[in-house]
Design a protein around this ligand. Sequence first.
Ligand SMILES: Cc1cc2nc3c(=O)[nH]c(=O)nc-3n(C[C@H](O)[C@H](O)[C@H](O)COP(=O)(O)OP(=O)(O)OC[C@H]3O[C@@H](n4cnc5c(N)ncnc54)[C@H](O)[C@@H]3O)c2cc1C
Length: 512
Amino acid sequence: MSDSAAVRLEPWDEHNQALVANVHPPGWTNPTPSGRYNLVVIGAGTAGLVAAAGATGLGARVALVERDLMGGDCLNVGCVPSKALIRAARAVADVRAARSAFGVDVPVDAPIDFPAVMRRMRRLRAELSPIDSATRFQGLGVDVYLGQGVFTAPDAITVEGHTLRFAKALIATGARAAAPPVPGLRESGYVTNETVFSLTALPRRLAVIGGGPIGCELAQVFARFGARVHVVQTGDRLLGREDGDAARLVRAALERDGVRFAMNVRVTKVERGANGKILQLAADAAPGGLEPLEVDEILVAVGRAPNVEGLGLEAAGVTFDTAAGVRVDDLLRTTNPRVYAAGDVCTPLKFTHHSDFQARLVIQNALFLGRAKASALVVPRCTYTDPEVAHVGLTAEEAQARGRRVRTFVQELADVDRARLDGDAEGFVKVHVAEGSDRILGATIVARHAGEMLPELTLAVAHGVGLGRLARIIHTYPTQAEAIRKLGDAYNRTRLTPTVKRLFETWLRWTR
Ligand SMILES: Cc1cc2nc3c(=O)[nH]c(=O)nc-3n(C[C@H](O)[C@H](O)[C@H](O)COP(=O)(O)OP(=O)(O)OC[C@H]3O[C@@H](n4cnc5c(N)ncnc54)[C@H](O)[C@@H]3O)c2cc1C
């Protein structure tokens, strides 16, 4: 791997070697630029790859610059490895519940082969990597440069001694794990999403700093694998952006898996002790102090910092800040009209699918004089805890903050046959409609496969399909998605006012 590669993949087994051979091939020879590019893309994560492939496919001359691993966070240290581990952890939970919930007589304390679990994750990650590989993109006609991209002028980028001139450029440099300024944390050592997937032994005791999506997903995974997990969260609620009822259900589920929570608690200092890493904790509610927490490993998951440093943005006339990232307008243009940005480097909605769709929008706007607006994208999201929390549109709190009056319909999964049969009865579908109509403003689903159920509601939000109309869509029986149709029925029942009912009764009497 080149010296500039920031992510260190361990262990150096056949799977990681196969991965790197695809996404940062050793000995790769950068092409020699000839003439000006229509589009130079810095960063080969989701946003960069989608933009490069799309633009080349439409006939543009495109250069793609990546300093580390093509595929970015999602493939290498994000969605892909985390979801592989989540699946394995679900298998553990299913085995543990097999006897009590399903009458299947398997030993509940069957040992977990953590190295095998991690090997499966590495194998799958490597198997998925050809689609993001340097040779595939080269084959598509993209000039792939491996090395650090730096703007040297408003219309030029250098990489490994080559100067790439461009008509348009896209900054798609993503984000990295933010580190809280806790004294002693760096010296004591910790893992983030960039290193946690390189673990080869299960930490016996794990502190997770941060109760957002990444913290919650991985806390549950490691607890299910058998680690004693403590989540330390500064606020009073997990998954701060999500519906309060959803967050409460997730917390209860994690607690059942053995995760302990220290809420409204700050880590003030970390030290290395004889038997582990010691976290000193403080809370306003405990002026006398809290018991220190001793663990074997610390996972930091306190948010993401945009990658804006070392890019030469000043030379390009691109305005940015280190918290919010590159500043863009609604067309994803930066303060340099030649330069656009997409993905985690410029948006608070840091999701792979959002990066993907922002990149598509950049192709239209940068290369074809388009006026597609980022604010028009309907961006669903899902946290892949068990149960999952999937959401689209506004939460009730957001609607209230915008002065929108909503009516909320809730269908508990306990009243959905398939959820009962599956043993997944804990959860709900909640839909907020605009007061006085069936227009869906937002929806939250808490269910084992909430992310798979959400697209129907995303479609409804994006295309203005009212909740009442969803009742007229035949859903196969028995499915958990029937919960959505039931909500449509619930909405339609509200239209059966006493007057309408009286009219129906009169008609029926008359036609008897
Ligand atoms: C643990 C974890 C789990 C996640 N799970 C999900 C999930 O389930 N679903 C979901 O939608 N999202 C998930 N995400 C978020 C998702 O990974 C990101 O939103 C997505 O990867 C962002 O894509 P991007 O292209 O904007 O940036 P990135 O994927 O970060 O790619 C940016 C690329 O730019 C490169 N780069 C940076 N600076 C330079 C430079 N100067 N020169 C050259 N190259 C440069 C980087 O090396 C990197 O490869 C997860 C994230 C994490 C951390």
